[in-house]
Design a binder for this molecule. Structure first.
Ligand code: C5P
Length: 228
């Protein structure tokens, strides 16, 4: 199926506090954005890539796309206030000829090509599929540093990206969310709210999301291991 990739990279990275937008921070000698762009560059049936960036970073993003060796059109746009707004803006720029959209957070630079492929394969079959890992820790609901309850972790997964959807389904989910003022931290949630099934593709903790300085240290260690 003809596929558009959306890389959301418009976050400010305030929790990382390195003085530049997170997606432009280097890990293993390349920006996080470049890692994701080079991975999606190898996808079969890729027709285009849409990238959301903070305002004034458009040219830097285009330079990263050249570095990543993409040989499909790359559309770069300023993102929105929240991640969901960024995805909606990017989705609006995807070409009508594409049948499938795969969304990925630039903050996860190590998502392997095979994980993208498995999510896409599942979405071709069932409409929607996301990378996720089973919750490994015991989970507590906490308020003001006090535990309210222990949440049984059986059947609980942590959602990651990539997340792949039939394009028309994702457009319908975002439109439904916009008209009802629903906000969500991932796209699967918006599709779930339409009552549609979303499949899980089991991923690995190596598909780390970089949020804090210590995540960045772990990421450098992962990059060094992968380079060996
Ligand atoms: O902030 P967080 O790391 O959860 O964001 C997840 C992804 O969404 C990141 O890759 C970030 O750049 C992107 N994002 C975005 N637009 C926003 C906020 C986050 O594209 N307004």
């Amino acid at each position: 199926m003809r596929t558009s990739a959306i890389i959301v990279a418009a976050g400010s990275g305030s929790r990382l506090a390195v003085g530049q937008p997170k997606a432009f921070v280097t890990v293993g000698g390349r920006t996080m954005l470049c890692h994701s762009l080079s991975t999606v560059a190898a996808l079969a049936e890729l027709v285009e890539v849409v990238v959301t960036v903070p305002g004034a970073m458009e040219n830097e993003a285009r330079a990263e796309a050249r570095r990543a060796g993409l040989n499909v059109p790359v559309k770069v746009t300023e993102g929105g206030a929240e991640r969901q707004d960024s995805v909606r803006i990017a989705l609006g720029l995807t070409s009508a000829e594409s049948e499938l959209v795969v969304i990925h957070d630039a903050a996860r630079p190590f998502a392997p090509l095979a994980l993208f492929e498995r999510c896409i394969e599942a979405a071709v079959r069932s409409g929607a599929a996301i990378a996720a890992i089973p919750a490994a820790d015991t989970l507590k609901r906490v308020e003001e540093r006090r535990i309210l309850e222990t949440v049984p972790r059986a059947g609980l997964y942590q959602a990651q990206t990539p997340q792949a959807f039939r394009r028309q389904l994702l457009i319908a989910a975002h439109e439904h969310a916009r008209t009802r003022r629903i906000s969500a931290t991932d796209d699967a949630d918006l599709v779930e709210r339409l009552g549609e099934i979303v499949e899980i593709v089991e991923a690995s903790a190596l598909n780390l999301k970089i949020t804090t300085r210590s995540d960045l240290e772990i990421a450098e260690a992962i990059a060094a291991t992968l380079a060996r």
